[in-house]
Write a protein that binds this ligand. Structure first.
Ligand SMILES: [Zn+2]
Length: 72
């Protein structure tokens, strides 16, 4: 899943299951938890991503949410 890189504003990649965030443009590597903390303080527009991270809404059908639940 493509997301915006918090460092270079380019296209970063969110690994399946929200495992990690990596950006081929600038070499960014961080856990998704670190990414969420970073963007939450800099851009309120990421609130939808934060909602996905919380998961367990039950209303949306998504394989990534199932994987997230398994990770606890
Ligand atoms: Zn980048």
């Amino acid at each position: 899943m493509k997301i915006r890189c918090p460092r270079c504003k380019g296209g970063a990649e969110l690994a399946p299951g929200f495992a990690s965030v990596s950006c081929p443009g600038c070499g960014l590597e961080m856990s998704y938890g670190e990414y969420v903390r970073h963007v939450a303080h800099s851009d309120a527009a990421y609130s939808d991503i934060l909602g996905d991270y919380a998961g367990s809404t039950g209303g949306q059908s998504s394989g990534t949410l199932d994987e997230w639940d398994e990770q606890g």
